[in-house]
Design a protein around this ligand. Structure first.
Ligand SMILES: Nc1ncnc2c1ncn2[C@@H]1O[C@H](COP(=O)(O)OP(=O)(O)OP(=O)(O)O)[C@@H](O)[C@H]1O
Ligand SMILES: [Mg+2]
Length: 275
């Protein structure tokens, strides 16, 4: 299901260990500099955490990486290619998918239909389709349907497949968001607060899904989360943002005891829990 991201390049050149790189990324809204010369890298195969206090600029970084907003300056490189000025659909087609902090389901369509709406993004599929012509379309539809059913079963949403997506619980909507990214055969998934508003059981299921997809399908994850238990158990490394910049980066147990990080969170849940 996943792309092979570590195949040798022409000429035998090995790809860089990082799949995604942002360099000096900057974005202002009026007088407010939401992202301020932010630089970091996401290594292939990792589940990298992106944490930081409210308003640190995390979601804005996701919006920049995914092409939803244009950076004022800086570079964004995905798998060796500069994607900084590409449209969201072009970035998506290169294997980068995201979920939203607030789920964006199509409420008046069924859960299954929501999955079938996702366009495939595999390179090569376009010429394959052109060659095969309309004759093969039914097969392709059958393939998509089978894939959607597999994703539903995997996320334990089969029992609500014909339900309007708008009627799902908050946690189920989060799972559906994850499901939509899986339909696209992504190289890397950006998750914006996957645990928010999700009960303990569903949370366990999201965590084990991410672990499985990372381990078995080779998908790389960049994950924004305020739930520190989830970050500490799932992510390595963890990148900390504060006031639009990268403040710290490292193994979760190192980052959690970093003085500057604790100060950035001062008054927040984390500092209280530690203190
Ligand atoms: N479209 C926008 N227009 C104006 N200001 C914005 C816009 N998007 C974000 N901001 C501002 O940029 C700053 C960073 O916001 P952002 O949503 O990136 O933070 P965040 O780290 O994701 O926070 P949270 O953890 O609360 O989700 C905030 O001060 C926010 O108000
Ligand atoms: Mg946010």
């Amino acid at each position: 299901m996943a792309h092979t991201t570590d195949s040798p390049r022409p000429g035998g050149e090995q790809p860089a260990p990082w799949l995604l790189e942002v360099q000096n990324l900057t974005k202002s809204f009026g007088g407010l500099r939401a992202v301020d010369h932010c630089s970091f890298r996401v290594e292939r195969g990792t589940i990298t955490g992106l944490i930081g206090p409210n308003g640190a600029g995390k979601t804005t970084v996701f919006n920049l990486i995914t092409g939803f907003i244009a950076p004022d300056s800086g570079r964004i490189v995905l798998d060796g290619q500069d994607i900084g000025r590409m449209r969201p659909d072009q970035i998506f087609a290169r294997g980068l998918c995201r979920t939203f902090q607030i789920p964006r389901e199509h409420g008046t369509m069924s859960v299954l239909e929501n999955l079938l709406l996702v366009p495939p993004n595999q390179a090569g599929e376009h010429w394959w389709r052109a060659l095969c012509g309309g004759r093969q379309l039914r097969n392709e539809e059958a393939h998509n349907l089978a894939k959607a059913r597999e994703v539903l079963e995997y996320l334990q949403l089969t029992h609500v497949q014909n339900e309007y997506a708008g009627n799902l619980s908050g946690g189920q909507k989060k799972l559906l968001e994850l499901g939509r990214t899986l339909m696209a055969d992504p190289k890397i998934i950006l998750l914006d607060e996957p645990a928010a508003g999700v009960n303990r059981t569903l949370l366990q299921s999201i965590v084990s899904n991410i672990r499985y997809l990372s381990r078995e399908r080779g998908i790389t994850f960049l994950l924004i989360e305020h739930d520190m238990n989830m970050v500490m158990s799932l992510c390595d490394p963890v990148i900390v943002m504060s006031e639009g910049r990268k403040l710290a980066e490292g193994k979760p147990e190192i980052v959690r005891n970093d003085k500057a990080v604790l100060e950035a969170y001062l008054g927040g849940q984390y500092a209280t829990a530690e203190g």
